[in-house]
Design a protein around this ligand. Structure first.
Ligand code: CUA
Length: 188
């Protein structure tokens, strides 16, 4: 704006305009910083409600992951809750039994190191981190058997860490659930 050919008045006008734009762009940047700070602080103050912790050392002794509590259980609202554990180098239960056309919630954790929980042919894919409970909801429309490989390298036996999930007809599941509190297909 210091071009000698431009008259003084124009020079002043463009300088004012430039200041105004500088102020506008500075306040946009300031606003973005405030929004980012607010979002960051807000999230830190209110952690995600889904983060649940569990002590991996006492998993087998007390709490919801004791052995008698693992497997599939029919809930009062008709849904099914599946609890499972991953450990070097297997899943408990080794075979998970679930019904078709039913809302299913998986609650899975690890007893030792990081494992993966994946059901082939579905979008179910979790990381099992010791100390944390991984949650996911699912619904299976067709009966059948699917594989459940561990997909996080967890040691020398990782390659052999496989589970299975068996989806059976809802009526058949109801019949079995009436007899047993916790279901799995380990013996089947
Ligand atoms: Cu468990 Cu890989």
């Amino acid at each position: 704006m210091s071009d000698g050919d431009v008259p003084d008045q124009d020079d002043h006008r463009s300088e004012r305009l430039e200041h105004r734009w500088a102020a506008v762009s500075t306040s946009i940047i300031a606003l973005l910083i405030v929004v980012a700070l607010f979002a960051g602080v807000h999230q830190a103050v209110l952690p995600q409600s889904r983060v649940e912790t569990v002590d991996p050392r006492t998993l087998h002794l007390r709490g919801e992951f004791i052995e008698s509590n693992l497997g599939s259980a029919r809930q009062p609202d008709g849904s099914v809750l599946v609890r499972a554990i991953g450990q070097q180098y297997s899943f408990t239960p080794q075979c998970i039994l679930v019904p078709t056309d039913t809302p299913i919630t998986f609650r899975v954790t690890s007893a030792d190191v990081v494992h993966g929980f994946l059901i082939t042919g579905t979008s179910i894919n979790l990381m099992l981190v010791p100390g944390y409970i991984s949650n996911i909801s699912a619904r299976f429309s067709t009966p059948g058997e699917r594989l459940m490989p561990c997909h996080e390298f967890c040691g020398f036996g990782h390659e052999g860490m496989w589970g299975r999930i068996k989806v059976i007809d809802k009526a058949e599941f109801e019949r079995l659930a009436a007899e047993t509190r916790r279901l799995s297909c380990v013996a089947q």
